[in-house]
Design a protein around this ligand. Structure first.
Ligand SMILES: [Zn+2]
Length: 227
């Protein structure tokens, strides 16, 4: 790791994705933090065109900075979708400077947006680990958890309702059965329902034939019915 003068407002430190650059002093919005530098590669040269690494910073169609050299401290700056710095590119000067776009507090990680090409090629496939994306992921996870709980509660409520319905049904059936037994009036195996049919017929026949029909009174004694 390159030695960094204590005058610099940053240090290399551990970040979520490996190493990163962190502010050690307050950095005011608009301040140039560090230059992104390295050998210039010319796309017209086959030898240059063949070079491939994660630290290539394309200035324009022709020129690219190879920032993979150790001295280039700016290469430690990680990407963020909502960054606190930006890469200020001067293609004509073939120069890149990382500039604060927010006031940065000591301890805060410095980051800039690497751009859509880099994002699509390197970050999207593995999932961006920047604060904004982690926050989004966390929110999504919390929402998914809440939705799961909601569905579970709904299913439980439904199951409870069903159980209650079944219990009510069973109770009704039981009551009907108990009522039938307590009446104890059965004719030819059929429940006595008090209307017409054979039961009424029996009484009518008894009256007609002059035989006193007997019915049970409340006391249980046999009471003669006068014809
Ligand atoms: Zn991100």
């Amino acid at each position: 790791m390159p030695a960094i003068s204590s005058k610099k407002p940053y240090r290399i430190g551990r970040s979520r994705t490996g190493l990163g650059l962190f502010a050690t002093k307050p950095i005011k919005k608009g301040i140039k933090i560090v230059r992104y530098f390295g050998p210039l590669l010319d796309s017209r040269k086959k030898k240059h065109e063949a070079i491939e690494n994660k630290y290539l910073f394309e200035l324009n169609g022709r020129w690219t900075i190879d920032g993979s050299v150790r001295e280039n401290v700016a290469r430690y700056i990680n990407h963020a979708c909502k960054p606190n710095a930006e890469s200020d590119v001067s293609p004509r000067k073939r120069k890149v400077v990382i500039r604060a776009i927010k006031n940065i507090e000591p301890g805060e990680e410095i980051n800039y947006d690497y751009g859509t090409d880099y994002f699509k090629a390197y970050l999207k496939p593995i999932g961006c680990k920047c604060d904004a994306c982690e926050k989004k992921r966390k929110k999504k996870r919390a929402e998914a958890r809440a939705e799961k709980l909601r569905l579970k509660a709904k299913a439980e409520k439904k199951a409870l309702k069903k159980a209650e319905k079944q219990a009510a049904k069973a109770e009704k059936k039981l009551k009907q059965e108990l009522n039938g037994k307590s009446n104890g009036v059965k004719l030819n195996g059929k429940h006595f329902n008090g209307h017409g049919g054979k039961s009424a017929g029996v009484k009518a026949i008894a009256v007609k034939s002059g035989v006193p029909a007997k019915s049970k009174g409340r006391s249980g004694r046999e009471v003669s019915v006068s014809a």
